[in-house]
Ligand binder design. Sequence first.
Ligand code: RFL
Ligand code: PHB
Length: 389
Amino acid sequence: MRTQVAIIGGGPAGLLLSQLLHVNGIDSVILERKTRDYVLGRIRAGVLEQGLVRLMEEAGCAGRMHAEGFSHDGALISYGSEMFRIDFAEHTGTPVLIYGQTEVTRDLYDAREKAGGRIEFEVDDVVIRDADTDRPHVQYTRNGTARRIDCEFVAGCDGFHGVSRQAIPLTVRREYEKIYPFGWLGVLSETPPVNHELIYANSERGFALCSMRNDHLSRYYIQCSLSDSPADWTDEAFWEELKRRIPKAQADTLVTGPSIEKSIAPLRSFVTEPMRWGRLFLCGDAAHIVPPTGAKGLNTAASDVHYLYNALREYYRDGSEAGIDAYSERALARVWKAERFSWWFSSLLHRYPDQSAFDLKMQLADLEFLRANKAAQQAMAENYVGLPY
Ligand code: RFL
Ligand code: PHB
């Protein structure tokens, strides 16, 4: 098989890149390790920045998102007996859109299918060859048969556990990592959200988040131990713990019900540099991970896609390699700011096992400063709705 851009990974980053390239007349093939249903079964992000919304519009995939998504102009932060609101509209004039990653991915799969896009599902043994030459190729197996794609560029969109990052030699690659000493236990339930906006709660029992997908579908998270497994938590125990961590008014009105999904995610900050090696470009979770506290994972994948598809468009339309040469630096400049915000917001809201009395006082002072200070709220809002790209 031959194509212009071989894309490893059919998650949101790979699909969005493929669709945007298609709209610009550039051919690609996606190689995905799992089935479409498996990818669509993963419950992940729920908050979209305007940058991602615009990319979905450019990709011609924004119809359902605009019809079914919910625009949010603010979010609430609670601690102790206090609760305050960060007003995105007042501070930035920009809302965020509540629309699940599952739906984004479904819309992109539908668009790729409609356009006759080539996606190879259930591939194994993907190996990227000759990425440091002008003629890279990708080898893989499907149904036990060895296959090969000759291409001009390779986009590594295969997530944190993918193979693309490993294709960059260790002599070139540098990795930065922070592992957090807790996880998030998440529950999806067919119940009305407890509040019309998100609530991020710092409680003495640990962090909690009240989020949603729509009027009938709620998403809640609580900070949990890394040694917990979802089976340790009955629905009842989850709801009881959530109620203890959120403000009383919300705990009293929370509608509970059976969970339709329950999972635990570890929290990690991770960046690999550079994001380009020869004709291989890393995009999204393949290159970086943030803790989910700031809802930046999917949105940072989107900004990578923006830089990469524009670079490839310039290359094919104008014969210019300027965008390609600048890709890693441009993407990383924004990535590190999202890393900083996610790390800070995580530090503000979680209880750490080794937190001293002094550390707790610092966290409280940080929360009180944010509650009372407009400039701090402005900085928070600008980061939350997404830094420009
Ligand atoms: P993905 O979504 O991981 O997609 C990568 C795709 O590559 C495939 N793959 C391979 N294909 C071929 N060959 C191989 N060798 C392959 N190895 C892997 C995988 O099957 C998969 O389909 O990465 P992408 O596209 O970069 O998208 C990034 C986002 O998915 C991610 O940043 C966010 O979901 C992170 N994240 C969250 N972000 C938020 O903004 N808000 C959230 O609430 C939020 N919750 C989460 C999350 C990530 C989680 N993970 C990774 C476990 C909750 C969880 C549980
Ligand atoms: C979610 O709805 O899954 C969600 C929302 C905000 C976050 C993290 C996750 O910060």
